[in-house]
Design a protein around this ligand. Structure first.
Ligand code: UDP
Length: 420
């Protein structure tokens, strides 16, 4: 196990985003939970949504007076990561059988990582995702400890062989957190089932306010003409994100509005061959149209550039065909951009159709809504306020922190009640 270092965060910097009632809720819960010791355990501290969220959540909880350590499992071989990658894919519905050898590898590295945990003294253990889920089997729960399993993936239609295996372990936790009710079809054995949506950090580089001029300068460096309308999608190059469908949408809009431009902004993982394949397919389909810009981390896209594209786009698309949550939707809404998203998964939680964007099921519908927004700046202004307010109320990291505190307090109170 390795301890992760995080930057410091100051809860006071976030007060401007909070309603007075929320601040009172924090105060009441913190009186009860001051000084509680918490161990967060995840598979990695970089890359991916889980790491991104914990880098904000852990320092925020520490600043609130809890004593939180974030650990990542260590000593694992590629064999383990290959097995857990199939766990990830199959829990999200991919076909495949769970072999005895995979189970052995999975359990072996959980056992190995549980060894140093014998000396740990924490009030709460929060174990993230399937990779370390079996730690509870090897580090027996002691009196007074509460164990929570946090699932970040879409388990709405899991491969049952994998789900049944995982279920043996997660049913031993004192509480299980999923992002939304749809993701847990079978719940009879799970204790204190809790739903917490993912969140964004309004003070990260990706989300801090940029002036329009600064944002225009940044996107201008990628060849965008800042005087012409821009449609963007910020996403990995993945069939489920439908970049090819986005190109179809753009072409329909282009016929009506020849000055429109399209930016497809995506990050490429070195070890994701499917991502590269899909990027090349996207480039081939984009062809010789120089109003289409396809840019990635290999051209210098970091959090700041994502921020700039989201800030200056006239319309942001997230035309996914399947989506766990879709942080990019919350990120764009936070910047006051109406988002047109696929009517799927977590996008439905974020977009209120006709209020802060549109939910669509086809290319044609998506193009029609994009044209509607491009032609109606007044409508955009109204939707922009609605979108930002929705994110402020529901999808900021402070909301996430509060949800964890509520769960900790609930588990604490149940134990107190039992001991009376
Ligand atoms: N992202 C990024 N650079 C890119 C494309 C995406 O940093 O070029 C970020 C994006 O801003 C978001 C995350 O990657 O924070 C993607 O999360 P999301 O939930 O939208 O989709 P996932 O990739 O987890 O399916």
């Amino acid at each position: 196990m390795e301890l992760v270092k995080t930057e410091q965060k100051n809860f006071n910097d976030y007060l401007e985003f909070l309603d007075p009632e929320t601040i009172s809720e924090f105060e009441a819960l913190l009186q009860q939970l001051q000084g509680k010791k918490i161990a967060m355990v995840s598979a990695t501290c970089y890359g991916g949504g889980v790491a991104e969220k914990l880098h904000s959540l852990v320092p925020l909880l520490n600043d609130l007076g809890l004593d939180v350590d974030w650990w990542v499992i260590s000593g694992c071989t590629n064999q383990f990561y290959n097995v857990t990658k199939s766990f990830h894919n199959c829990l999200q519905g991919q076909e495949g059988s769970l072999e005895e050898r995979d189970i052995e590898i999975f359990l072996h590295y959980n056992e190995l990582n549980a060894f140093p945990m014998q000396d740990w003294h924490y009030d709460y253990f929060v174990i993230h995702d399937p990779q370390p889920a079996a730690l509870i089997h090897y580090r027996e729960k002691r009196a007074g400890e509460k164990w929570i399993w946090r699932c970040h993936i879409d388990t709405s239609t899991p491969n049952m062989a994998y789900w049944n295996f995982l279920y043996r372990y997660i049913s031993r936790y004192d509480a299980c957190i999923f992002s939304m009710p749809d993701y847990v079809k079978e719940n009879h054995g799970l204790q204190n089932l809790t739903f917490i949506t993912p969140s964004i950090d309004p003070l990260s580089f990706k989300n801090i306010p940029l002036t329009r001029e600064r944002a225009q300068e940044i996107v201008g460096n990628f060849g965008i003409d800042i005087n012409r309308p821009l449609i963007s999608q910020i996403s990995r190059f993945d069939p489920w994100k439908d970049p090819l469908g986005v190109l179809d949408v753009y072409r329909i809009v282009k016929k009506e509005l020849p000055e429109v431009q399209l930016a497809l902004v995506g990050s490429m993982a070195h070890d994701d061959p499917e991502g590269w394949d899909y990027l090349y397919r996207t480039l081939r389909k984009a062809g010789e149209d120089y109003d289409i810009k396809v840019v990635t981390n290999f051209n210098g896209i970091t959090g700041l550039e994502v921020n700039a594209f989201q800030t200056v786009s006239d319309v942001v698309l997230q035309k996914s065909l399947r989506e766990g949550f879709g942080l990019t939707v919350a990120e764009a809404l936070w910047k006051g951009r109406p988002v047109i998203g696929g009517k799927v998964g977590g996008i439905k939680l974020q977009i209120e159709d006709g209020v802060n964007g549109y939910l669509v099921s086809t290319v044609e519908e998506c193009a029609e809504k994009a044209l509607n927004l491009l032609r109606n700046p007044m409508l955009v202004r109204q939707m922009s306020e609605n979108g930002r307010e929705k994110v402020r109320k529901q999808f900021l990291v402070t909301k996430n922190a509060l949800a964890y505190l509520k769960l900790f307090a609930k588990l604490e109170n149940r134990t107190l009640a039992r001991n009376l």
